[in-house]
Design a protein around this ligand. Structure first.
Ligand code: HEM
Length: 502
């Protein structure tokens, strides 16, 4: 049957179903939070537009900070104020700490055996504990500082060459390649390898996990694969598995001469494989090969896009605000001096840079709607009924642009708003939660912030930056692209001039 005829048939069936549902609805049905009228089958999906955070922000102005929608068949609650976010992520965190079962997790996350999309329960708790205590501790992250220094040093060298040749560089691409390189070395122990074609496979994986998939909202359409996503997911999952198997085998067969090299994430995970992780717990959790692969995918998706996108957005704002660049560089001159490059140990003394990063994450949170949460029980909140298995969307993008929270210069990039304020990014201050908060908050925050600040500090210390000739700061295109992470729609180009004395 043609897709159009099928859609009309489904629409008719859906209308009949909705009509019957309204007729048979019990009169004392509990009150959902306010929200717009939903159409049959698609519900409110048509209202999301190209950039859902903005569409949801605008709907929340009419329906309030706890709003009810139906996305396809999925009852959805959209949260758009710091007070409401605190209710969902702190006061009732245990009820909202699960994740919905999305179709891609079946093919691209080893059926929910990893961390990011696994539903709340003992398995998730064990993986989370293992990742935070074994992989992402401050000391582990610091042990990779020499590797980051080497990679950032190579980037500075290549930018020095571009500066000498008066070339405009594609900063988006340079930063992306740097983060891919440092992430690969931390996770796999070495950089990308054409033989394994990792880059193309990961790009396709990101593209599919970020894609709008109708089957996640109207499950009975999943079998028809109208968008062709299932076919692509099956194909890339086979390729991904082969690559991960090869990398794991390489680690298992390391020649004895190389045994004393620095342990990467795969070495650490293999050293824990097949042993019960919690001997005293009745729910014995054993890390097997499949779970290791799922965790590797989580680490790649956590590390790759997020830090690169934040650096890209911060640079974009800086190129539009030369006043702020001057302030950052004055601070760097005071703390580091003009005779040497930045070291990671300098970062703690760069307080203005810290404000710049907060301001950038306020306006450009990489997960503008966090990752979707799901409620595990029926609950009554603020007089509203929220049914079990509702999808919970926290509109962090809207919270960061709420004039009642940030005053009326909310759209302006103004790092000084954080001066003398103790708002931090750890998830305690619900007006600024780009890393989420509570049980599902980001476990990679320390790694993410270290990478972002180090790369920004180095590039701003070593170089003066100018937009390509003919582009004025106010003309820089700041359009967002919505996906797994919120990137710039267009690459960022700029021209470096070396500024250190040696
Ligand atoms: C700028 C950097 C980063 C940002 C803005 C960021 C943001 C986020 C956000 C918004 C979430 C979802 C929180 C929620 O659902 O409530 C998340 C979860 C997660 N992040 Fe990050 N992240 C960053 C870097 C990293 C890094 C470097 C890693 C690890 C290598 C990482 C690993 C994870 C994992 C594993 C989760 C899932 C946690 C769970 O579901 O239990 N992230 N992150």
């Amino acid at each position: 049957m043609y897709p159009l005829a099928l859609s009309i048939l489904l629409l008719l069936l859906g209308s009949v179903w909705t009509f019957i549902h309204i007729l048979l609805r019990p009169k004392n049905e509990r009150k959902l939070p306010p929200g717009p009228w939903a159409l049959p089958i698609i519900g409110n999906l048509h209202m999301l537009g190209d950039f859902p955070p903005r569409a949801l922000q605008s709907l929340a102005k009419t329906y309030g900070p706890i709003m009810s929608l139906r996305l396809g068949h999925v009852p959805t609650i959209v949260v758009s104020s710091p007070q409401a976010a605190e209710l969902f992520l702190k006061t009732h965190d245990t009820i909202f700490a699960s994740r919905p079962k999305l179709q891609f997790t079946k093919y691209l996350a080893y059926g929910n055996t990893g961390l990011v999309f696994t539903e709340y329960g003992p398995d998730w708790r064990n993986i989370r504990k293992m990742c935070t205590l074994q992989l992402l501790t401050a000391s582990k992250i610091e042990s990779f500082a020499p590797m980051r220094k080497e990679e950032v040093g190579s980037l500075v060298q290549s930018l020095k060459n571009s500066a000498a040749a008066h070339e405009v560089v594609d900063l988006s691409r340079k930063v992306c390649e740097l983060i891919e390189e440092t992430s690969c070395r931390m996770i796999f122990g070495r950089s990308g390898d054409d033989r394994l074609d990792l880059k193309a496979i990961i790009e396709e994986t990101f593209c599919l996990t970020g894609a709008f998939n109708l089957a996640d909202y109207v499950p009975y359409l999943g079998a028809l694969d109208l968008q062709g996503l299932t076919r692509r997911m099956k194909k890339v999952s086979r390729a991904l598995d082969i690559v991960l198997e090869n990398i794991i085998k390489e680690h298992e067969n390391i020649p004895s001469g190389q045994q004393d090299r620095q342990m990467d994430f795969i070495d650490m995970l293999l050293s824990l494989m097949n042993q019960p992780m919690n001997r005293h717990d009745e729910h014995a959790y054993i890390l097997d090969r499949t779970k290791i692969k799922a965790i590797i995918i989580d680490m790649i998706s956590g590390a790759y896009d997020t830090s690169a996108a934040t650096i890209e957005w911060t640079f974009s704002e800086l190129l539009r605000h030369p006043r702020v660049v001057k302030q950052v560089q004055a601070e760097l001159e005071g703390v580091v001096g003009m005779n040497r490059m930045v070291e990671e140990t300098d970062l703690a003394n760069l307080t203005y840079l810290d404000m710049v990063v907060k301001e950038s994450l306020r306006l450009h949170p990489i997960g503008p709607l966090l990752a979707p949460h799901e409620s595990m029980e029926d609950i009554e909140l603020n007089g509203y009924y929220i049914p079990k298995k509702s999808r919970i969307i926290i509109n962090v993008w809207a919270i960061g642009r709420d004039p009642y929270v940030w005053s009326n210069n909310v759209e302006e990039f103004y790092p000084e708003r954080f001066k003398n304020s103790n708002i931090d990014l750890k998830g305690r201050d619900f007006q600024l939660i780009p890393f989420g908060s509570g049980r599902r908050g980001c476990p990679g925050i320390h790694l993410g912030l270290t990478t972002i600040k180090y790369v920004l500090a180095q590039l701003l210390h070593c170089f003066q930056w100018a937009l390509p000739s003919g582009t004025l700061p106010n003309d820089l295109d700041m359009t967002e692209k919505f996906g797994l992470s919120m990137r710039r729609a267009k690459h960022l180009y700029a021209m470096p001039t070396y500024r250190l004395l040696n």
